[in-house]
Ligand binder design. Structure first.
Ligand SMILES: NC(=O)c1ccc[n+]([C@@H]2O[C@H](COP(=O)([O-])OP(=O)(O)OC[C@H]3O[C@@H](n4cnc5c(N)ncnc54)[C@H](OP(=O)(O)O)[C@@H]3O)[C@@H](O)[C@H]2O)c1
Length: 242
């Protein structure tokens, strides 16, 4: 990507993995649009990120809200376009057996974890086409591993995986690429929600994924189209000394 003014949009950029990805992009000179519901946390993240140099625009609100999604894309357009869309914002929706799962809660989980990325992608594609850009959808090993208790969340990530691979095929003729990233276990608020009252201090902070992000954003998007990456994979190319 050679545009002088590179721009990225990161949903859930206020904390956890999203903030780490946003920081990786900021230090590479990207201007940013970041999203999240907690206005104060988002403003604090924007303040920290803007110390790395680029313009950072916080857009507060729920990813299921059409006006919020439109505002995120409008903010990128105002900055000049979009090179990278990172669909990171996600909810866990509780962990527990399927036999007692309150099935109507799918009505919240799917719109956040699948609908959010899909609609944002639809809105972003005209901008991404102009820059032959990259869509990064954050998934989880729960999408494939059938962990007891993780079915509903895992189902949303499994759906996101199929849709991302389909998008990668459909968008190739437009020069836009899409990839999946499983970040691995990380010590974040979501992870603590999954293990309430448990000590999760043995899990690494989301900064553990930084070598991966620095590697990913060096890649030509068309060369990685449709791939699924495991950020904490042992012996991965991004962990080899150069
Ligand atoms: N942590 C792990 O071990 C792990 C493992 C595998 C995959 N993942 C994936 O990694 C991604 C990031 O997770 P994380 O662990 O960093 O979670 P986190 O610390 O809870 O952060 C989630 C981010 O998304 C935002 N968000 C959540 N729901 C939202 C909504 N409805 N609308 C707008 N923004 C929303 C949050 O801000 P607000 O709450 O202020 O809205 C926050 O910025 C997720 O896609 C998750 O599924 C995490």
């Amino acid at each position: 990507m050679t545009e002088p003014n590179r721009i990225a949009l990161v949903t859930g950029g206020s904390r956890g993995l999203g903030l780490v990805v946003a920081r990786a992009l900021a230090t590479r000179g990207y201007s940013l649009v970041i999203g999240g519901r907690d206005r104060e946390a988002l403003a604090a993240a924007a303040g920290e990120l803007s110390r790395h140099g680029p313009v950072v625009v916080p857009v507060a609100g729920d990813i299921t809200d059409p006006t919020v999604r439109a505002a995120l894309i409008d903010a990128a357009r105002q900055l000049g376009g979009l090179n990278v869309l990172v669909n990171n914002a996600s909810e866990l929706g509780g962990v527990g057996p399927l036999l007692t799962f309150d099935v109507p809660r799918f009505g919240r989980l799917f719109p956040v974890n699948v609908g959010g990325p899909m609609v944002l992608t639809q809105l972003a594609v005209p901008l991404l086409i102009e820059r032959r850009g990259l869509i990064v959808n954050i998934t989880s090993d729960a999408a494939t591993a059938a962990y007891p208790g993780w079915g509903p969340y895992g189902a949303t990530k499994a759906a996101l995986e199929l849709l991302t691979r389909t998008l990668a095929s459909e968008l190739s003729e437009h020069g836009v690429s899409a990839v999946l990233v499983d970040p691995g276990d990380m010590r974040t608020r979501m992870h603590q929600e999954a293990f309430p009252n448990q000590d999760i201090s043995d899990r690494p902070l989301p900064e553990v994924t930084l070598p991966f992000w620095n590697w990913l954003f060096d890649q030509e998007p068309a060369a990685i189209r449709g791939q699924r990456f495991v950020a904490q994979q042992e012996n991965a190319p991004w962990l080899q000394p150069v």
